[in-house]
Ligand binder design. Structure first.
Ligand code: FPP
Length: 242
């Protein structure tokens, strides 16, 4: 899809993935606790969903909590989980109003029961929305996702449901949490860090990466447009020659 932004015709990436980093530093700069930064970050998520939809992005996938984030203090983990609780509840109303389909990826087995119930309700109630496909990675790790997929493939092969000769790349993709979603075209990481941090490691194989020093709570539509402009300057060859 193409869109005119500031007089320039730009190709809009279909799927944008974001590592929302820098909430802690944003709070620290204001002499506030880290959870103050996460709260501001959650507000930014809401705004960016609207902006992404307005720009014509079809899929937006954000990293909210990694399988490694449990190592943070109990206070911070509880704060993030409570934010997510509130977000999931508010989202049930907002998402159907905005026609936004919400999905959660990651391992749900370690999440509190009430959070899992809210996730199920949200996914069910927005399953028929055909606006923005918004995905939240929660207790997500790329290696863990691949581990879970491999375990399931082994089970299905053992039970005869799957033939070993049918295991190709697209079959593996169909066992990942992101099944039925295209791979991201553009990855954005905020706050100046140049790492993948175990995010969508299978799906990002041919994705363009955009890094910005902006801290996540300050990220705005202007920054999203800058990332799209950068994306337009890239020459995607998928391993071939043009
Ligand atoms: C990274 O910043 C941010 C996180 C690990 C949590 C992200 C969570 C939210 C934005 C809020 C909830 C999300 C949704 C979808 C409502 P950091 O804490 O690592 O920052 P730092 O690197 O500056 O310490």
């Amino acid at each position: 899809m193409e869109k005119i932004i500031d007089g320039e015709k730009l190709n809009i990436p279909e799927h944008v993935a974001i590592i929302m980093d820098g909430n802690g530093r944003w709070a620290k700069k204001r002499l506030m606790p880290r959870n103050f930064g996460h709260k501001a970050g959650a507000k930014t998520v809401e705004q960016i969903c609207e902006d992404a939809h307005d720009l014509g992005i079809k899929y937006l996938t954000v990293y909210a909590f990694s399988t490694e984030n449990w190592k943070r203090s109990v206070e911070e983990v509880t704060g993030i989980m409570n934010l997510l609780r509130n977000y999931l509840v508010d989202c049930i109303e907002r998402a159907s109003k905005n026609n936004m389909r919400v999905r959660i990826i990651g391992d749900r087995t370690a999440l509190d029961k009430d959070i899992v119930e809210k996730i199920e309700e949200l996914e069910e109630k927005t399953a028929y929305c055909d606006g923005l496909n918004f995905t939240i990675a929660l207790n997500y790790g790329g290696r863990d996702e691949i581990r879970r997929a491999v375990t399931k493939i082994a089970e299905d092969t053992r039970s005869g449901k799957l033939l070993e000769s049918n295991i190709d790349e697209s079959l593996i993709s169909s066992y990942l949490d992101t099944r039925n979603m295209p791979d991201p075209d553009l990855l954005i990481r905020t706050s100046g860090e140049l790492r993948l941090s175990n995010y969508l490691i299978w799906q990002l194989a041919y994705t363009e990466f955009y890094f910005t020093d902006v801290l996540w709570p300050d990220f705005s539509i202007k920054d999203l447009e800058d990332a799209i402009r950068y994306f337009n300057g890239r020459d995607r060859r998928y391993g071939g020659v043009k």
